[in-house]
Ligand binder design. Sequence first.
Ligand code: ADP
Length: 492
Amino acid sequence: MNNYRNYINGEWLESVSNETVVNINPANIKDIIGTVKLSTREEARGAVEAAYNAFRDWKNTPAPTRGRIVMKAARLLEDNKEELAQILTREEGKTIGESRGELQRSINVAEFCAGEARRLNGETIQSELPANFAYTIKEPHGVVALITPWNFPVAIPIWKIAPALVAGNTIVFKPAESTPATAVRIVELFEEAGLPQGVLNMILGAGAEVGDEIANHPAVKAISFTGSTATGLKLYAQVAGRGVKVQCEMGGKNPVVVMEDCDMDLAVESTAQGAFGSTGQRCTATSRAVVVDKIADEFVRKIVERAQKMRIGDGAVSNTEMGPIVDEKQFRNVLKYIDIGREDGAEMLCGGKRASGDGLENGYFVEPTVFDRVTPDMRIAQEEIFGPILSVLRVKDFDEAMIAANDSQYGLTSSIFTTDPNLIFRFVGEIETGMTHINSPTTGGEAHIPFGGVKMTGIGAREQGSTALDFYTELKVVYVDYTGRKREGNLY
Ligand code: ADP
C-alpha cells in the first residue's frame, strides 16, 4: 500500500494531516491502492513559497534548456508508459487500451511543448517613425496553480505542466483526490528529468482546502483549472478581485447530429464510442444524439443493440470495452440521473441500473443506458452526467436539429453524421462549440491542435496545440528609438 507524499521544494514530504482518503480500484473496491493524506493549508502555502523562490532562476534559464528537460520527461513517460497505463487503469478504471491512449497523448503533448521552447518568439514591428522599431517578448507569469480532475489524470496534468514549464513559470500542481498515484508518478518523472528544486511542486488534498488555499494565495499569478463548471465558476469569481489570469475548462453536453443521408453504421458506432467510451467520463463524451425523425427508429434500435453488446468489466482485462465509474460518489450521481430521466418522462430503452455478472460484484459498474424521446427541457438533456448515458432527441429536420444541438449552456464539442457537404458546412458555421467533428465521434484530439470550448465550458485561452503557451505567457512590448534625439511629431 502506498502512502502518497507531497513534493515541495524538491523533497517528498509526508503531510502532518490526520485526515486521509483511500485510493481504491473502482473495478474492485477490495483492492486498496494507497492512502492520501489531505494536506493542510499551511503545507499548501509552503508549496507556493517554494515555487515563488524558484521562479527567478527558472525564468532566467534559457527556454531551450527548459524545453530539453520537458523533452527528457517525454522520453521518461515513454519508457514508463506501460507501468503508468496500468496504474491509471487501476486507480481510475478506464480500460487498459484507453489508458495507453491517454499515455500516448501525454507523450505527444510533452514532445510538442518541448519543441515550442525553441520557438518562444516575439515579433519585430515596424514603427511609424524613422530609426525606431518595436518588438515583443513572451514572458512567464511567475507561480501558476494547476488544478486538475480525475478523469484524465495523466494527460491533463501534462498538458498544463509542460507548457507552463516551457514558458518559464514555476508550478503548484493540485491533482484530484481520487487519482494520486498517477500524479505522484508524473512528478517523479519530471524530477528524474532534471527539474531544479522548487520549479514543480505538488500538493495532495481536498479542493476546498488546499485547492482554495493555492488559488487564493497572492503569489499565484495564474490558475489553470479543469473540472466541474460549478467549481470553475466559483474559483473564477473568487480570484477575479486579484486580477489573476484564469483558464477554466469545464463541463460539456456534447451533441451528435444524425441526418437521414448518413452512413448509419458509422453514426451508430461513433455515437457508441463517444457515449460509452471511457465510461462516459470524458468532458468530450457524446451525451446527446439529435436524430431526424425519418431515421430515428433505426438509429435507436441499432444504438440500443450496440449498448447491450458492450463488454463491461475490469479495465485491466484486455477485451473489456467499458470500465467502472470512478468512485462511489460519481456512481451514485450517475444512478441519480437515471432516476431523473425516468421521472422526467424520457423512455429508457436499455441499461438503467448497476451492471451485474461475473467479476462485477465489487466494482462501480453501470449499464450503458439509452433514453429516447428526450426533450430539451429535461435535465438529462441539459446537465452533464459524466457516465455512460445517452439522451436521444428526435427532430424534424436540420434546422430543428441545430436549435436542439445549440440549446445548451455548454459548448465543448459536437459532431455531425451526413454525406451532404452543404449540411456539413452549415453545421460548422452554426454549431456553438469550440471543437467539432465531421463523421467521427465527439471525442479525440491531437497534441498539436488547440483544445477547448465556448459558452459555460471554457474561460481563457485554449489549451494545447499552437495556443498551448498563450495562457502561460505575458507579452512585453519594447519600443526602441535609435535616433539619439528628442522625439518630434507623433507625440501621442
Ligand atoms: P470533478 O467532479 O471533476 O472532481 P471538481 O471541480 O470538483 O470536479 O474538481 C476538479 C479539481 O478541482 C479537483 O482537483 C478538486 O480537488 C479541485 N477543487 C474542488 N473544489 C475546489 C475549490 N473550492 N478550490 C480549488 N480547487 C477545488
